[in-house]
Ligand binder design. Structure first.
Ligand code: 8YV
Length: 316
């Protein structure tokens, strides 16, 4: 089985990946079409594979416009924008780019945690404003030895936990079910996890299964001395509840790389020194993005040569 036909590029991708795709295949760049619907009506039936990013996925409407689609290849580990069950029901295979970004995402989670607990970004702003007087910045809280709860102990969650072991952190976690072979304490719910930690780090998948998991109640359990770190998806947190908790002093701080409606950040957070606000950059290093691009290409290449994928997403 070697499907031949057009490759649909759904959105802008890493330049090196775009070049490699264009050099090897007949690529239709949907995001550059002035009239995408008309273009799909004309050429949608030629498309055998779609390449997209975690941010866009493939919508139901787009899937329906591609009768010969056999594979949806994601640049990114998240694929919640694509309805995988719907794709599978049509015999469409789906891949993502796991593992290659784990280190960088975990590194950034630890960086955000240290930043918000010690006030690094806030201190940098303070110095730049020329406000430095001895002792003027005040005192923050210690990182080493903190009790950290990891919500979602998958590849990324485990990499975060391993790094934090180096800081003498006392680690606990909550996942849908206990993970075999780990020595961390298991909490039966997100609430229970939050109640027993100083810092809650979100490392779950996005999508319907985790939407609003970090609710107002979970934030209340975390409490006025608790911190939240989110490198997963904004959808996992009740964002209005998070903003209220911070503004009302019911949460000590948050380091956020992801938001409910990117690139929009709640205005109430912008002038607060108890939050670290990052523009979804956890995987954004040259090394990791190139590795993601290469793995994306290998999935596409193998599908077009053999009809299989290198890193298919796990069964739902
Ligand atoms: C990227 C991500 O920002 O992998 C993911 O799920 O969210 C990030 O790595 C994204 O894939 C870039 O489109």
């Amino acid at each position: 089985y070697a499907p031949s036909g057009t490759v649909l590029q759904v959105c802008e991708l890493l330049p090196s990946l775009e070049q490699e795709m264009a050099a090897r295949y007949d690529v239709l760049r949907l995001h550059e079409q002035p009239d995408p619907a008309a273009c799909l009506a004309e050429r949608g039936a030629d498309v055998v594979a779609a390449v997209t990013s975690a941010r866009y996925g493939v919508s139901d409407e787009l899937m329906d416009a591609l009768p010969k689609l056999g594979a949806i290849v994601h640049f990114g580990v998240g694929y919640e924008r694509t309805d995988v069950a719907r794709a599978r029901a049509r015999g469409i295979d789906v891949s993502n780019t796991p593992d290659v970004l784990t280190d960088c995402v975990a590194d950034l989670a630890v960086g955000g945690l240290i930043d918000v607990l010690r006030g690094l970004s806030a201190a940098d702003r303070y110095v730049r404003r020329g406000e430095w007087v001895p002792g003027g910045f005040g005192l923050r809280t210690k990182v080493s030895g903190k009790r950290v709860g990891v919500l979602g102990l998958g590849r990324i969650g485990r990499a975060i936990a391993r790094r934090l072991e180096g800081f003498g952190a006392e680690i606990s976690y909550h996942s849908r079910r206990p993970v075999d072979g780990v020595g961390y304490r298991y909490a039966g719910s997100a609430r229970e996890l939050a109640a027993g930690v100083d810092v809650l780090v979100i490392a779950t998948a996005g999508g319907a299964g985790t939407s609003g998991l970090v609710s107002a109640e979970v934030l209340t359990e975390l409490g006025p001395r608790g911190y939240l770190v989110n490198i997963a998806r904004g959808s996992v947190v009740d964002e209005p509840a998070l903003v209220s908790a911070l503004v009302e002093g019911r949460l000590a701080g948050a380091a956020l790389d992801v938001f409910a409606d990117e690139p929009n950040v709640p205005a109430a957070l912008l002038d607060r020194d108890d939050v670290v606000l990052l523009p979804h950059i956890a995987s954004a290093t040259r090394e990791t993005r190139e590795a993601m691009g290469e793995l994306t290409f290998r999935n596409l290449e193998r599908f077009l040569a053999e009809g299989t994928l290198v890193t298919p997403v796990p069964p739902s």
